[in-house]
Structure formats: C-alpha cells, structure tokens
Design a protein around this ligand. Structure first.
Ligand SMILES: Nc1ncnc2c1ncn2[C@@H]1O[C@H](COP(=O)(O)OP(=O)(O)OP(=O)(O)O)[C@@H](O)[C@H]1O
Ligand SMILES: [Mg+2]
Length: 370
C-alpha cells in the first residue's frame, strides 16, 4: 500500500481490513488495529479465522462475500475484544474485483464502525452547534440588556443622591446591587459569545485537580464530606488552558459537594488514560484521551432534569445561576473534549470529561506500536 494511501486510511474513523480470496488478512488501518487490539505487522498474512474466533459475525460475513460476490452489512454486532471488554460495531463487507484478472473476485473489504466513536463524534458536533447558538443568544442579550442596565444604574445612583430620607437611598442602592448582579450574569453568559480564547500551555491535570480540591476543602459546603482521589500516574502533561480547566473542575466539584450531605457524603475524582474513546485532536488525527470522572453519592439527577442540563440557567438551587455546567461544557468543547453526565437512580452522579491528548504527547508516551 502506498504511504499516502496508508495515511488516508489511518485517518479514517472506521476500521478497514482487506482480506484476500483465501481468507487471509492483506492489510488493515489504524482503527482496525485498535478494534482488534493488535498491530498491523502482527496480523498481515494471518488467516481471518485466527484473528477472530471462527463463527463470529465478521468472519462469516467476509467468507460469505468471497463465496457469493455479494456485499453484506450487519449492524449492532457485539464484538468481544481480545484485550478485554466488548464493543458494539457495525460491519459492512464488500467484494473486491481484480481488473487485471478480467474482473475476477479477488477478496473483500471489511469496514467496521465502532459505535462509541460515532457517538462521541456526534456528541462533539451537537455540543459545538449548541454553543454557537448560545453565543448568538449571549451576544443579543449583551446588546439589548447591558446598555439599558448601565442607564438604570446611573439613574438609581442619582436618585439615591437626591433622596431626602433613608428609605429612598436604601431603595436606590438595592436597585444598584440588583443591576450589578444582572450585569455579572450577562458577563458570565458572554463566555459563549467570545469564541476561541484558550491560552494553552503544558499542564499537569493532577496539580490542577489538587488545587481545586484544596480550595473546596476551605469552603463550608465540603464539611463532613470525604473527597477521594484515584489518579492514573501515567497521564502525561497535556496542552490545555489551565485556568479554564480549573474553572471547569471547580464547578463540577462544587456541584458534587452541594449534592451530597455531611456525614456520609463521598466524592471521588478519578483520572485515567483511555484508548476506547478517541476524539479529534487539533490536527484532525485520532488520538487517545485523558478521562476525568467526578463521582458523588448524592441525590442524583432525575432523567427529566438530566435532559435539560447544560442549557444555561437551568438550576434547582435557590442561589444557583444554572450556568456552571453550561460554562464547563463550553470550555471542555473548546478543548475538543466532551462532557457527559450519568445519574442512574439511587447511585449518585458521575460527570465524565474526555480530553484529547495532543499528538506530540501521544507519540511520546501512549500510542500503541503499529
Ligand atoms: N453532582 C450533581 N448531583 C446532583 N445534581 C446536580 C449535580 N450537578 C448538577 N446538578 C443539577 O444541575 C443543576 C445545574 O447545575 P449548574 O452547575 O449548571 O448550576 P447550579 O449549580 O444550579 O448553579 P451555579 O453553578 O451557578 O452555582 C443544579 O442546579 C442541580 O440541580
Ligand atoms: Mg453549579
């Protein structure tokens, strides 16, 4: 296979495997290697029956295509990986014909789509589209609301100065305070309208998480709640905006602490490297991700609320703004990551963030040999 074609095939998010007429593997791309949990060098020339248990959907489909010359597809096949764990895949197998042998059947092309990847790519697109619309709303609000607010504030200050009694000046200063609160909210909402403003450096995620934990421990809301850490020491530094990530983790940890109660409240922060969920990095190559999970044993989130979360201003707290999760998702999405929330009834809540490792870090530490 030419080098250029190999790079194209390796960049594709689907697994591609070429099989010859005799059922032997001719070649496969990087994604197929990941799904099969092996390297290309290891299985080139190996019989499909040895690569995957005979009788498995992929093998029998591939054999059927070579026998009949007809294409086949099968969706939602659960595939057990050699390295452990299952993946749900869609398979399509097409016959290959050799033009030099007057169009004789020469083998099959097997395409394998890992549904979890499609799902995470769709999630990224949805989240990005959502953020664009929040940006438009935010810019509109800023324009229509912020300017009149300035006028109201100025007028209230004047009224306060003119007032002859205490009640008048107290009312005026109440107006000023409330205007300031709305202005601060609009400012926060403006985050969505400002576009890409990440200031990336090489950051140590564990240091950021530790500083956030330390900050939260000083807050009375953390009283009587245990905060556990399960860090994967193999995680390298990643290219990210440290301040923005600190803000994200602070929002999420505060939510977790607010959801649990003193005494038996428990929050756990876990980090790990994962090759399961690959996201697009800045240079559009597929890379492994770093996963950060913030888990609590609090009251959980009802399915109805869960569906509405991450929309600005959705809150169940008396003094909440309902912006914490939406802003967090915004910053994670700008890092080309995803933020998802699980809250099975009675089991507390887990917020999972996946951040792509930048390519240079991957080469240095984590990429499987192929
Ligand atoms: N870990 C959690 N457990 C239970 N409910 C949660 C959790 N995290 C978020 N929620 C729910 O999601 C809602 C929105 O959260 P978000 O952080 O966006 O805003 P908020 O916490 O209400 O306000 P703010 O972040 O401004 O203090 C919360 O009001 C709460 O009902
Ligand atoms: Mg919050």
């Amino acid at each position: 296979m030419s080098r250029e074609l190999k790079s194209v095939l390796d960049a594709v998010h689907d697994g591609i495997l070429l099989m010859d007429r005799g059922g032997y593997v001719e070649d496969l791309n990087a994604e197929a290697c990941r799904i099969f949990g092996t390297s290309a060098g290891n299985i080139r020339g190996v019989s499909m029956d040895r690569l995957i248990d005979p009788g498995r959907a992929i093998v029998s489909l591939a054999h059927r295509v070579v026998e009949t010359g007809q294409p086949y597809v099968q969706d939602e096949v659960v595939f057990e990986r050699r390295t452990g764990g299952n993946v749900t895949i869609d398979i399509s197998v097409s016959p290959m014909f050799d033009p030099e042998l007057s169009g004789q059947l020469d083998g099959a092309v097997v395409m394998i789509r890992d549904r979890t990847i499609t799902q995470s790519l769709r999630e990224i697109v949805n989240q990005q589209e959502q953020l664009v619309s929040y940006g438009l709303i935010a810019a509109g609000i800023a324009h229509e609301v912020k300017n009149p607010l300035g006028g109201i504030r100025g007028a209230a200050e004047l009224l306060g100065g003119w007032s002859v009694d205490d009640r008048g000046s107290r009312a005026a200063s109440l107006i000023v305070d409330e205007v300031d609160r709305i202005t601060a909210l609009v400012e926060e909402l403006m985050v969505f309208a400002r576009g890409d403003e990440l200031s990336r450096t090489s950051v140590n995620l564990h240091q950021i998480l530790d500083s956030v934990i330390e900050l939260c421990r000083l807050d009375p809301i953390a009283g009587g709640i245990s905060i556990g850490r399960v860090y994967d020491p193999s995680i390298p530094e990643i290219s990210a905006d440290a301040d923005r990530l600190r803000q994200v983790f602070l929002n999420l940890l505060r939510n977790a602490l607010q959801a649990t109660s003193a005494g038996h409240g428990r929050v756990e922060i876990e980090t790990r490297m994962t090759l399961e969920q690959r996201l697009s990095s800045r240079d559009q190559t597929s890379v492994p991700t770093v996963q950060i999970v913030i888990r609590d044993n609090g009251g959980g989130i009802s399915p109805e609320l869960l569906a509405r979360l991450a929309t600005p201003f959705v809150t169940t707290k008396e003094k909440g703004t309902g912006l914490g999760l939406a802003v967090s998702r915004h910053w994670v999405t700008l890092h080309r990551g995803t933020l998802s929330i699980d809250s099975p009834p009675g089991e507390g809540t887990s917020v999972r963030i996946n951040l792509p490792l930048e390519a240079e870090k991957v080469r240095a530490s984590a990429r499987p040999q192929s």
